[in-house]
Write a protein that binds this ligand. Sequence first.
Ligand code: MG
Length: 390
Amino acid sequence: MTIAALIVAAGRGSRAAGTLDVPKQYAGLAGQPLLTRTLAPFLSEPAIAHVIVVIHAGDAELYRAAIPSGGGKLLEPVHGGATRQASVLAGLAALEAHRPQSVLIHDAARPFVDRAIIGRVIGALKTSPGAIAAEPLADTLKRATARQTIGETIARDGLWRAQTPQGFHFEAILAAHLRAAAEGRSDFTDDAAVAEWAGISVALVHGSSRNVKITTAEDLAIAGTLLSQPLEPRIGSGFDVHRFVPGDHVWLCGVRIAHTHRLEGHSDADAPLHALTDALLGALGDGDIGQHFPPSDPKWKGAASRLFVEDAVRRVAARGGRIVNADITLLCEAPRIGPHRDQMRAAVAGMLGIEAGRVGVKATTTEGMGFTGRGEGLAAMASATLLLPA
Ligand code: MG
């Protein structure tokens, strides 16, 4: 699936204007233009082939200053229209030549988007023509009367706050936008609304409470505080063992490897991913894998162990932290790990939402000694470093 990202940065930000000397998407946030920060996770996501930014015609110089090094997957910016909808359509039209199968549309004013959120939207597009990042509503909603007293309380069951990125199958969302433009509809407040109007089914996936939209100068100040919060390093370690039983393949670091045996376990018995999950939970001081995913729960029977890692990654994000690196050591006489090392590193990096250069996968035998030496089982150790708000 060829995926493109379209970043909408053409707005004039009237609600922030007056207090900022540049449009908010170019305002500095902890020493970086907001747009630069927003673009980074899309540019570093290997699944995304093209990134295009829709800018205001008057902002070309600001854009060049914010994004000095173009090239690679970043396409030349295009000029937006009078409304957000017109700007998105201009971006979609420019992407058409690159024939993407899917497109993620994202507001430049959401600089806290990360690879984990992007990955969830991309994942959902495999089974749905549309998918958006969103969060269930936590606040109770009140409808005000004309006198600004409470008229009624609105049940919040099933209510979600839409965020971006919003992903769609490319041909479907382009056709929907073209039809909306042709019919003079310009009142949709997001692309999911255009999709709904066109009858495209749109799935909701979890965004993040951090994935806020910077609308006012005050939001920008709060975001700056969030970023300037001191971080402290946290190191966690994990260890796991599974027994070899007759079979024909093993799962290690999310990679299926043909082997003379399989590893016995309730889940897919991917010992290195279990050790890695424990390393992340350990660094958080948040229990262990057995506590969060009890083997007694039939739900985890045969489960892909990447689910456990991804749960730990969400726990890191929920604490406002980020993963710096992870290092895994496998202890076994067989199978040979070397030929699969790079695939394993890429798989783990994908689960953690970090570059493969931050993931180590190593292996050693135990010189024929002990249970690993006798081929009775495989052991795995992992460590992970996090940065958490102090
Ligand atoms: Mg285990």
